[in-house]
Design a binder for this molecule. Structure first.
Ligand SMILES: NC(=O)c1ccc[n+]([C@@H]2O[C@H](COP(=O)([O-])OP(=O)(O)OC[C@H]3O[C@@H](n4cnc5c(N)ncnc54)[C@H](OP(=O)(O)O)[C@@H]3O)[C@@H](O)[C@H]2O)c1
Length: 249
């Protein structure tokens, strides 16, 4: 039986991916910063394990508990939306700690066992923001673009050992906790102060009012497809809005 370890399974795409792989008969290590046992099925094939991707000791401890892993999904991520001029550098660093360095650290921790075994797949969840240029996402986009470049290079480094690295690029979803976390208790107006407000407000409204959206199941199914793909495809847009953006590129 194959084992998948997923980061950030307390909600959204990560939770849905854990449910999907469990339903398909996989052994699932569902990791969370604050473990909860009430949101995933009780099963001898599903273990909830603490893992904060910004804490190296937490990554090591989670991998020790997990035992051998076949697939790592770096899903944990935090949003950042608003004008760059008004984004404190402390916030920029915080976003990179999770979305960029957290992904790198978790990947680095799992690679020895993949390389020694001559198999394994790393799936890095980025975002459809990497597929088109959008204002008000400069910090978030930079954190995810870094992982696109990282994964493309890493894939070449690992191929000789039979290990794969790929990205899944989800579109926008308003039903995960991501949108609320992006606003962080602010109204959209507070995120776009003068003199950016007149045009930026329209952009924010268009984010919130988007009609073509990604569902959690689109992402879980795309991760499933990416894990099983044997064609060497590197990037997997997930959800109708992401696929459209990719085609328009
Ligand atoms: N929703 C969207 O529109 C969208 C679009 C494109 C890409 N994405 C990406 O998809 C991924 C999942 O997002 P989502 O929409 O499912 O959002 P979500 O519901 O907010 O889930 C994010 C998950 O990441 C976890 N997390 C945050 N910081 C962490 C850390 N330091 N260590 C471990 N886990 C941490 C959260 O855990 P806690 O509960 O402990 O905070 C939560 O489980 C993210 O990488 C995000 O960037 C989302």
């Amino acid at each position: 039986m194959k084992t998948i370890l997923i980061t950030g399974t307390s909600s959204g795409y990560g939770q849905e991916t854990a449910l999907h792989f469990h339903a398909q008969g996989w052994n699932v290590i569902a990791t969370m910063r604050t473990p909860r046992t009430d949101i995933l099925p009780e099963s001898d094939r599903l273990r909830v394990v603490p893992l904060d991707v910004t804490e190296p000791e937490s990554i090591t401890a989670a991998l020790d508990i997990a035992g051998p892993v076949d697939v790592l999904v770096n899903n944990a991520g935090v949003p950042s939306i608003g004008v760059f001029e008004g984004t404190p550098m402390s916030k920029v660093r915080e976003v990179f700690e999770t979305n960029t360095f957290g992904v790198m650290a978790t990947t680095q921790a799992v690679l020895p066992q993949f390389r020694e075994r001559g198999s394994g797949v790393v799936i890095n969840v980025t975002s459809s923001v990497v597929l088109g240029h959008m204002p008000l996402t400069a910090v978030y986009k930079a954190s995810k673009m870094a992982i696109e470049g990282f994964t493309a290079s890493l894939a070449l480094e690992l191929a000789p050992f039979g290990v794969q690295a790929k990205t899944v690029e989800p579109g926008a979803c308003l039903t995960t906790n991501f949108g609320a976390r992006a606003l962080n208790g602010n109204s959209p107006d507070e995120l776009v102060p003068d003199p950016y407000a007149p045009w930026a407000k329209e952009i924010l409204d268009s984010f919130m009012g988007q009609e073509m959206l990604t569902k959690e199941s689109d992402v879980a199914e795309t991760i499933w497809r990416a894990v099983h793909d044997t064609t060497g495809q590197l990037r997997f847009p997930a959800g109708p809005d992401a696929v459209l953006l990719d085609q328009a590129k």
